[in-house]
Write a protein that binds this ligand. Structure first.
Ligand SMILES: Nc1nc2c(c(=O)[nH]1)N[C@H]1C(S)=C(S)[C@@H](COP(=O)(O)O)O[C@H]1N2
Ligand SMILES: [Mo]
Length: 340
C-alpha cells in the first residue's frame, strides 16, 4: 500500500469520471525506467473519446501566424526522446501531504520550443496555455477542458515536448493519446493529456486547475501564491523496504533522488535524524532521477529509522516534515546473525 492510496481512493468516489491508479509502492521502484503498466494514472475528468481523423492540434494567440497540425503532420516532424522523472504533486486539496508518486520514463515526440519559435511570438506574450479535450466536474466546479499554463520562456525551451510516445510505444488512451505535453522537471499536473489547443497569451489561465488548485500558498502569507511547476528536491529509499528484517552485517542502502535542478547530494540518517552522512549519488542523465547508494554497517541489533534527505543543485534541501517533498523514512529491524 502506498501512503497516498487513501486520499485518492476517497476522492475518486466523489468525482464522477476521475481516474486514479497507483500500482507501485516506493520499494517496487527497482528499475531505472518504470514499465508503463507500473506507472500511476491520474485524470481529474475521465478519458475523452477522440477520433484521430478529426483531431487537430491548433496553436494561436500572440503569434504572427496561427497553425494547425494533424497527427500525421506531427509524426513527420523531427523526433526527439528524453528520459524524465514523472511525479504527481499529490492531491491538490492537501498540497502539503507527500504522496511519493514518482516514476521515471522516456517520452518521445517533437520539441515545442522549435515549433513556437518559428511562429514568431509577439512581445506581449508571457504565458502559454495548454488545453486538453477532457471536461467535466471536479470539486463541484464544471470545466469545459483541463487547462494548464507555463511561462513563455519555458515554452520556448527545446526540451519541452509534444509527446506521442511513452517508453517507445504510442500513447495509450489513458496516457493522453494522441498527444500530451511533457515539461521536464515540472510536476506531472502540467503535462496536459489529450492536447488540442496551445494558446500564447499575456496572462495566466483563470481555470480551476491553475487558480484554486495547483497554486501553493507560500509561508504564512496566504495571499502569495506559487504555481505548482518546478519539482522541489525529493528522495526515497528503495532498499531496505518498510518493516524489513535485516541481518547484523554490512548493508547497501539505495534509492532515487530528483529535482527540477538536479540533485547535488543526498544525506542518510540511520538514527532518526540525529546525524547525517553523505551517500554516493550518480550523475543525472537528461531529466532522469538519480540513484544514490550508502554503505551501512549497523552496530547493534534493534529497530532503526532510516531517512534520506536530498539537496538540489541550487542548494535547496528537503524539509523534514509538512511539505509535499518532506523526508521519507523507513523503519527496519536488525537482528543478530546468531539469533533464531
Ligand atoms: N488533460 C489532462 N491532463 C492531465 C490530467 C488531467 O486530469 N487531464 N492530470 C494531470 C496530472 S495531475 C498528472 S499527475 C499527470 C499524470 O499522468 P499519467 O496519468 O500519464 O501518469 O497528468 C496530468 N495531465
Ligand atoms: Mo497529479
Amino acid at each position: 500500500m502506498n501512503e497516498s492510496d487513501d486520499f485518492f481512493q476517497k476522492k475518486s468516489m466523489s468525482h464522477v469520471g476521475m481516474i486514479a491508479k497507483f500500482p507501485l509502492c516506493v520499494h517496487d521502484l527497482e528499475s531505472f525506467i518504470t514499465p508503463e503498466n507500473h506507472l500511476f494514472v491520474l485524470s481529474h475528468l475521465g478519458i475523452p473519446n477522440i477520433d484521430i481523423a478529426q483531431w487537430r492540434l491548433k496553436i494561436s494567440g500572440l503569434i504572427e501566424q496561427n497553425i494547425e497540425f494533424s497527427y500525421e503532420n506531427l509524426l513527420n516532424l523531427e523526433y526527439r526522446e528524453l528520459t524524465v522523472f514523472h511525479q504527481c504533486s499529490g492531491n491538490p486539496l492537501q498540497p502539503k501531504i507527500p504522496t511519493r508518486l514518482i516514476t521515471n520514463v522516456t517520452w518521445g515526440g517533437v520539441s515545442l520550443g522549435k515549433i513556437i519559435h518559428r511562429l514568431q511570438v509577439k512581445h506581449q506574450a508571457h504565458y502559454v496555455w495548454f488545453v486538453g479535450l477532457d471536461h467535466g466536474v471536479y470539486e463541484g466546479v464544471a470545466s469545459d477542458a483541463y487547462i494548464k499554463d507555463i511561462p513563455i520562456e519555458k515554452a520556448l525551451d527545446n526540451d519541452v515536448l509534444l509527446a506521442y510516445k511513452l517508453n517507445g510505444k504510442p500513447l495509450s488512451a489513458e496516457r493522453g493519446f494522441p498527444l500530451r505535453l511533457v515539461v521536464p522537471g515540472y510536476y506531472g499536473t502540467n503535462s496536459v493529456k489529450w492536447l488540442s489547443h496551445i494558446y500564447v497569451t499575456d496572462r495566466r489561465s483563470p481555470g480551476i486547475f491553475t487558480t484554486t488548485f495547483y497554486n501553493d500558498r507560500v509561508g504564512e502569507d496566504t495571499a502569495t501564491l506559487k504555481p505548482v511547476w518546478e519539482v522541489a528536491p525529493e528522495s526515497v529509499i528503495v532498499y531496505p523496504h518498510q518493516n524489513e528484517v535485516l541481518n547484523l552485517q554490512p548493508q547497501t542502502l539505495w534509492g532515487w533522488a530528483w529535482a527540477f535542478n538536479g540533485i547535488q547530494s543526498v544525506d542518510i540518517s540511520t538514527d532518526d535524524g540525529i546525524t547525517w552522512q553523505a551517500a554516493e549519488v550518480e550523475a543525472r542523465l537528461q531529466y532522469a532521477w538519480q540513484r544514490f547508494t550508502f554503505q551501512w554497517t549497523p552496530s547493534t541489533p534493534g529497530q532503526y529509522k532510516l531517512m534520506s534527505r536530498a539537496t538540489d543543485c541550487n542548494g535547496a534541501i528537503q524539509p523534514i516534515q509538512e511539505e509535499r517533498n518532506a523526508v521519507y523514512a523507513v523503519v527496519i529491524t536488525v537482528k543478530s546473525v546468531n539469533s533464531k
